[in-house]
Design a protein around this ligand. Structure first.
Ligand code: ADP
Length: 855
């Protein structure tokens, strides 16, 4: 039977001293699974043990703790803890690691233990972190009338803050877009919001009101004036500092997010355009990020992702990037050299984090050294490319590491072999003592063999007895007292002895080795302290490397895929000639049909018609993707491109990721439409794919038309609107800034071929039945639908009621009759005879009669 003894049910007085200590420690970490270090193991007790054994598939056992019954327990070997922690935090748990703070050999009473860090999804600093993605932890501080959101990546030190309005939808949009997986909130926050984030979106949430009030990390918010921003930062800082406990001075000064300096779009747009992952498989492969990522460093890849999620609006900065790409694209040799040099650069940003926090080893130091060694060459190449920034190559750090760190150090810092010879004279001396004595011992075997004449005599070493002389059983009678051999151990086939001299040398060796290990550790820590002073410089280097890497990647991708430099215009001309969807093109190779997207300053709306599957949504997507590529400073998939700088993009394409929220598709569609029309400006781009199709035909069509009119008259944003309501194409007559285009298809003998070519004007036919037949619906059903279509077209009347009537029961004529009867009935229902004058009543009756006669 499983032991389910609860921690709260235990009489603490009866517990063993160690378990009492555990209970006190655990009281402070109720919401964590506590890994309690005991010798070579981390052990978990009570509920923690039950949870961990279930989640990690460990055996649940019991530990005697002074009670009659054993307490539930499970354990893991200390050296394997990181994979176990990974798996727990991925499942949404927090883990508190409690270490022994004293050496058990020298401690009096029970060994002192305390939590040295809490590991959560958002505060990881280990080597298992995904190098191509940032790992953010965020907080929301609710002030009642607005909310502060700040977030940081503890592994790289980036720190950002912004203020948002009270609107929950906006908060959710922001959180989803930035991909936060752990959130800290204060207790003023709306419970419903927390619930949605937790349950619907699976975000790990902790509630705390604590604010950081010390001075150590004041620099993070020192230059910020708004007290709301400062409070929000302090709230997040308090949580992180409490969790990590170590030195976090690599955290950078907090940057205020300026909304108008980036191109804004929400998570739906990010998803629908498949910017960083595909919709179906959520894989990076076949996303825009995948296409553009030819970075050599992890920093470059992360920066690219960050830029795709936050494109720029600053023309000068964009032109600067284009200039560099243009230059580097003509200098193949320099570009190749640069790529080779970048290959030598490790993840400096995360190394800086580890240097500061202290969890780096000698191999990390070597990575730092190799990275620094690559910098002079990179600098030189950048100069040749007229790049406008120079890297500080930190010569002094590079030469320090060159002098000190061994080329092949072990992972652990407690095994020695970290520091090179010649750096520290004390270390050199200890090493020569140790190795001199080792030579001496090796020599003893020869000397003793000669002295005693015992041929099988050997010198050996084991951990328990140290150095010994071993003599086989057959020859042990040859050992004489005068040799001074002391017997230590008798084995089946030999005897082991020690001598005074042997023990003396052994003491020297072991003493020296211990001293070496301690000294090397101390020297390493000293070096780390020196390097630590350069953290902000290392972060600056990282920033430049990230940018340069991303730009060389753009240059490679642009060459490979024939992208061109866009021309950014001040007026509102959008002219994308022979534009392609870069990812679809890449996957399809040569078959992709390019299309122009032209919206000059007098055209704001393109109304796109064409059969299903013709390529309407791809056409719209490629426009948005081209805009995003241009606004991250990349060349674009066109033959030539002219465009204004956009401030926001809104899309309503394909399925929404809000399906989880339990609202109907149509409701979500309308909410998204509302979000777009309330936030869009004349500098925005709106893509609406068959808006209104989620409701009955007339409803949908009327809404679509009203939305088009509204955008046309009030917003004036560049808008692409695809529809299969042909009736809408007549709007071109009334709305002067709206233009019809259609994606063409060819019909021959009932067979439909998609040409994917966009032409001006409206399409004449919807081809829905052809597409249905391509989808292999039963032949008789297709035939029947053609018959019905004929009737519709002949009557040239399309009533919504048809779509709701079973196609195989009523005849069309009957249905029309019922519909007309209903119309008259509803007119009568709408009037109140008591409020009508006799004349009005008479004229109403006359109207009705006329209508009935007409039929
Ligand atoms: P619609 O929105 O009109 O139903 P889609 O944009 O979803 O059509 O396109 C349907 C399919 O046609 C896509 O999966 C794509 O493979 C192909 N396609 C779309 N545009 C093109 C194009 N310009 N060239 C070649 N194939 C295309």
């Amino acid at each position: 039977m499983v032991n389910t003894m609860k921690r709260s049910s235990v009489d603490r007085e009866k517990l063993s001293p160690m378990m009492k200590d555990y209970m006190i420690l655990k009281d402070n970490y109720e919401d964590c699974i506590v890994f309690y270090r005991l010798g070579d193991f981390y052990e978990m007790f009570f509920e923690d043990a039950i949870t961990a054994s279930r989640e990690l598939e460990l055996t649940l056992t019991g530990k005697s703790a002074g009670l009659e019954e054993k307490v539930p327990m499970c354990g893991i070997p200390h050296h394997a803890y990181s994979n176990y922690i990974d798996s727990l935090i991925e499942k949404g748990y927090k883990v508190a690691i409690a270490e022994q703070l004293e050496d058990p050999k020298t401690a009096k009473g029970i060994v002192k233990r305390d939590v040295i860090q809490v590991v959560t999804r958002g505060t990881r600093l280990d080597n298992n972190l995904d190098s191509k993605n940032n790992n953010y932890i965020a907080n929301i501080y609710d002030f009642g009338y607005c909310k502060g959101i700040s977030y940081t990546d503890v592994s790289t030190g980036e720190f950002y803050i912004e203020l948002l309005e009270q609107d929950n939808d906006q908060i959710i949009r922001e959180i989803m877009k930035r991909g936060f997986r752990e959130l800290i909130v204060n207790d003023a926050i709306d419970r419903e919001l927390i619930n949605t984030l937790r349950v619907t979106y699976g975000i790990l949430i902790s509630i705390t009101k604590d604010l950081y009030e010390e001075d150590d990390y004041k620099y993070i918010y020192e230059n910020i004036e708004d007290i709301r921003l400062i409070t929000t930062i302090k709230h997040l800082l308090s949580y992180i500092i409490d969790a990590k406990k170590g030195d976090l001075h690599h955290l950078k000064e907090c940057e205020i997010i300026k909304r108008n300096s980036t191109l804004i779009f929400d998570n739906n747009t990010k998803r629908n355009l498949e910017l960083v992952e595909t919709i179906r498989t959520r894989d990076r492969q076949y996303s825009l990020l995948w296409l553009l990522d030819k970075n050599k460093t992890a920093m470059g890849s992360r920066y690219l992702k960050n830029q795709i999620e936050n494109p720029l609006t600053n023309k000068k900065e964009l032109e600067r990037r284009y200039d560099f790409i243009e230059k580097i694209s003509t200098e193949f040799i320099i570009r190749d050299d640069l790529r080779l040099a970048l290959d030598e650069v490790y993840d400096l940003e995360r190394l800086a984090g580890r240097i500061s926090y202290g969890n780096l080893n000698a191999r990390d130091m070597l990575q730092l050294k190799r990275s620094l060694n690559a910098l002079p060459k990179i600098n030189n190449l950048l100069k040749q490319l007229n790049y406008d920034k120079e890297i500080d190559i930190l010569e002094e750090v590079a030469s320090l590491l060159e002098k000190t760190i061994n080329e092949d150090p072990p992972l652990s810092l407690k095994e020695g072999s970290i520091i090179k010879d010649g750096y520290n004279s004390e270390l050199d001396e200890l090493r020569s003592i140790s190795s001199g004595s080792k030579d001496f011992i090796l020599n003893i075997e020869k000397v003793e063999k000669e002295r005693t004449g015992i041929k099988t005599l050997k010198v050996g070493f084991n951990k328990i007895f140290g150095y010994y002389i071993e003599i086989s059983k057959g020859q042990k009678h040859l050992v004489k007292d005068e040799y001074g051999y002391e017997r230590r151990q008798t084995l089946a086939n030999c005897e082991r002895y020690i001598t005074k001299e042997l023990k003396e040398k052994e003491n020297i060796i072991l003493g020296a080795e211990e001293k070496i290990i301690n000294l090397e550790y101390k020297l390493f820590m000293d070096i780390r302290e020196i390097v630590k002073r350069y953290i902000s410089k290392i972060q600056e280097i990282s920033k430049i490397i990230s940018e340069v890497d991303m730009l060389q990647s753009f240059s490679i991708v642009s060459d490979e895929n024939k992208f061109v430099r866009p021309k950014l215009t001040k007026d509102k001309d959008l002219e994308l000639v022979e534009c392609r969807h870069p990812v679809v093109e890449k996957v399809m190779k040569d078959k992709y049909v390019s299309n122009d997207i032209i919206m000059n300053k007098d055209t704001n709306i393109l109304l796109i018609t064409g059969p299903n599957m013709a390529g309407k949504s791809t056409y719209m997507r490629q426009c948005a993707i081209t805009v995003i590529m241009a606004q991250i400073g990349c060349f674009v998939p066109c033959k030539s491109a002219k465009m204004p700088i956009f401030d926001k993009i809104f899309t309503r394409i394909g399925a929404s990721d809000d399906l989880v929220s339990g609202e109907s598709t149509f409701m979500i569609e309308m909410k998204e439409a509302n979000y777009a029309i309330s936030e869009a400006t004349e500098n925005s781009l709106i893509l609406f794919d068959e808006l209104g199709r989620g409701t009955a035909t007339y409803d949908g069509m009327s809404l679509a038309q009203a939305i088009l009119e509204y955008i046309h008259d009030n917003i004036k944003a560049k808008t692409m609107f695809s529809t299969h309501y042909h009736e809408l194409t007549s709007l071109e007559k009334d709305l002067k800034n709206l233009k019809n285009v259609h994606v063409s298809a060819q019909e021959e003998a009932g067979n439909l071929t998609f040409l994917h070519k966009v032409k001006s004007g409206a399409v004449d036919k919807s081809y829905g039945i052809n597409v249905a037949s391509l989808a292999k619906l039963p032949k008789e059903l297709i035939k029947r639908s053609e018959e019905i279509l004929n009737i519709y077209e002949n009557k040239s009347i399309k009533k919504e009621v048809f779509t709701q009537t079973s196609l195989f029961e009523d005849t069309i004529e009957e249905v029309i009759e019922i519909e007309q009867e209903n119309e008259i009935e509803s007119k009568v229902k709408d009037i109140n005879p008591l409020e009508m004058t006799p004349i009005e009543a008479l004229s109403f009756l006359y109207e009705l009669k006329k209508e009935i006669d007409k039929k």
